[in-house]
Design a protein around this ligand. Structure first.
Ligand code: SAM
Length: 206
């Protein structure tokens, strides 16, 4: 099992029960994403958690492959899909290094609340670029923790020793958008909802 999966497996039930902290911002992100989807869209989501976002978008796509390293998150996501009667989302346990993805191309890649959890966010961005068709979209929400937030780092490192917090990378919004451009993306939308730390970015592969 991936080392980080243990934390997310332990957290999954609680995560699933948590209400959204900003319903209006979430809805706006769904709407901006949906505007890019067509009935023929093939989408992949990494770090799908309990599948909420994939299940919202499913009726507007051909198929969504929604993956997560946590078996428990995927188990909850599958039961939600079954309860909602949604059949065009495949939930699979897996990470960005899934060898089955070799040679596959998608119209959209989603990573919500994931890039800042990766040891190498640049590799996550490169993976999204590889998996997209030309003209496809990378849609992400990413907590950008920099400046004084860095003071949290030692506390997080201690928390990690006890399995109480996941790994978290620290970088700024400016760093993230520069990394997307360097990887070859054009940024179409960049929105930091008021009072949020997570920036919502839609980036297009030319
Ligand atoms: C903060 S949750 C976000 C879940 C969902 N995307 C959302 O926005 O509600 C982060 C998710 O990423 C998953 N995750 C963490 N590290 C990962 C990795 N290296 N590859 C794939 N998924 C990962 C966790 O299991 C967890 O479900």
């Amino acid at each position: 099992m991936n080392n980080d999966a243990g934390f997310w497996n332990r957290t999954a039930e609680k995560y699933a029960a948590q209400p959204l902290d900003d319903e209006a911002a979430y809805q706006k992100k769904l709407d901006m994403t949906r505007a890019l989807l067509t009935p023929g869209s093939r989408v992949i989501e990494f770090g799908c958690g309990t599948g909420t976002t994939a299940l919202h978008h499913a009726p507007f796509t051909q198929h969504i492959l929604a993956t997560d390293i946590s078996e428990k998150m995927i188990e909850i996501a599958r039961s939600k899909a079954q309860a909602q009667g949604i059949e065009n989302v495949t939930f699979e346990v897996g990470g960005l290094d899934n060898p089955d993805l070799a040679g596959q191309q998608f119209d959209m890649v989603m990573m919500h609340s994931l890039l800042h959890l990766l040891r190498d966010p640049g590799a996550g961005i490169a993976k999204a670029h590889d998996l997209l068709k030309s003209g496809g979209y990378f849609v992400s929400s990413t907590a950008c923790l920099s400046g004084t937030m860095r003071l949290l780092q030692p506390f997080l490192a201690i928390g990690r020793l006890f399995g109480a917090v996941p790994y978290v990378a620290f970088f700024s919004q400016r760093h993230l958008s520069a990394a997307l451009r360097t990887a070859g993306f054009e940024i179409v939308q960049e929105w930091l909802p008021e009072g949020h730390k997570a920036v919502f970015i839609i980036a297009r592969k030319p």
